[in-house]
Design a protein around this ligand. Structure first.
Ligand SMILES: [Zn+2]
Length: 78
């Protein structure tokens, strides 16, 4: 049963531990985010579709719904 997807995720920078609560788009994956604190450019870990799945406390809406997201991991061979 489709519940309400969480639209916000708290992204924690792996470099400086700065947490930012961000709104997630329902129809796109966020594959790059620049930390407001240290300026690090965050990209998804291998196997994750977006920065929320890698660094957020809530995965992106398609993943919450167990749906395919963006056709799979984008970071092949990284
Ligand atoms: Zn940072």
């Amino acid at each position: 049963m489709m519940g309400e997807a969480q639209r916000q995720s708290t992204l924690t920078c792996p470099h400086c531990a700065r947490a930012e609560t961000l709104k997630m788009p329902l129809d796109a994956c966020v594959v790059a985010h620049v930390c407001v604190s240290c300026g690090a450019r965050l990209t998804p870990r291998k196997g994750d579709c977006c920065v929320f799945c890698s660094y957020g406390d809530v995965p992106c809406p398609p993943v919450q719904g167990s749906a395919d997201c963006c056709g799979g991991p984008m970071d092949e061979g990284g």
